[in-house]
Ligand binder design. Sequence first.
Ligand code: NCD
Length: 465
Amino acid sequence: MYKGSLTTIEDLSNGQVEDILDLAQEIDGNRDAFHGLASRHLMASLFLEPSTRTRGSFEAAMKRLGGDTVTVADPKSSSMEKGESLADTIRVWSGYSDLIVLRHPWEGAARLAAQYSDVPVINAGDGSHEHPTQTLLDLYTLRKELGTLTGRKIVLCGDLLNGRTIHSLIYALLRFSADIIYAPGEGLELPDHVLHKIEAEYNRPLQRVRHPGLEALYGGDTDESGAEVDAIYMTPSQPHSLTLIDSIQMEIEIDKEESFAFYVTRKQVEREGTAGDGPGKRYPRMDAKVLKETGFSKAVIMHPLPRVDELSPAIDSDPRSKYFEQARNGVPVRMALIALMLGLKPWKHGPEGGGQARGELPVPKTRGIVWLNQNCISRIEPLNATAEFTFFDRPGERFVCCYCERETFPAFYAYPYGEVYHPIEERPSRPMDPSRGTFFFDEASARASNFRPSKKMADGVQGNV
Ligand code: NCD
């Protein structure tokens, strides 16, 4: 875990995820036996963005354990309104409480909080970055309903671009060897940085496939060819390059009797860049007609909630609909997480428990890049959050921010012992290697760091590309 905190789902090893789910199951069967476990503990619940379920279930979980909570749920009533930094807010609250649960609109906010806190921090959603505890309760629900995740298909529907629950869930599903079928709203496909991470860090190939059965989700007729539905199917089979996915066309089948899940999400209208937000855009919707037409008898319908109009209330009483149960599962799962993170129950597995336990990535890092993601905490609180960038050379050379995990492609480079900077196209050899101390930046930060343009640039000679 990053400084004893849960900032992304990758802070947990597979073994630790299993510890949480196993303890949650134990709590679910005998909740009263756990009352009093946290009786000397206080949880600070800092929700600086709207929330109903996540805050409610965290506070219910703490109280069911016999602990207490203090809440700040309205940013307007806090000192942040007076211009206080998140780092200071966290320093103060870590002196008041034993555990901080933070929801925040800025990406990477939980990582910054973990840096400045003396007590564990739990990320309850940071912008469109991640929502790891939603993923834990999603995994708990999936395991309960499907028995196992290995080889099970999960159809992710809706706003895959901005949905933080989707991003955390994908990484977890890949680690537990599920197959993911991807049914995005038009213009709301998975962002490149998530696709690249899947390919580079999880080594899971992406294939463009056709699934006629899924056309019903978009209001189409399954009796027709279904040719318009593409999904990206991630399987543990052979690797191949992302750039090929457009050219691959195959068909996948979901058997009518197969156990699998639909994970439906709403359009995240409050986030920037909701390109799919507009009239006439296709958006997947789950309703009685889809259930009838597709005829999947063992489908499990999930949704992190709140729903808007992508999930019809007409199917609430259908036995396949599990979203309210999923929300209910948030309490035992969060009870288990709190108990383990406060050391009130022992972990059976450590960070080496398998899967992707992030820790420190064994790849070079660099500094000095000006970062363009307006919602990244390193942009908003640069004095408290110095962005470090991890360098990857596949699938393409890119730098990933340690806070928001978005990628950037710097335009200039310079050697630390030199005085001039050069266009990136003129770099002498591939791959670029920040471990040798090379700086990468945009022009403004190159100049701000007292580098001068190379002679070629100053003479107005363009690079040779
Ligand atoms: C989700 C969130 O906040 O990201 N809600 C939740 O925590 N259950 C999903 C959403 O708001 O759409």
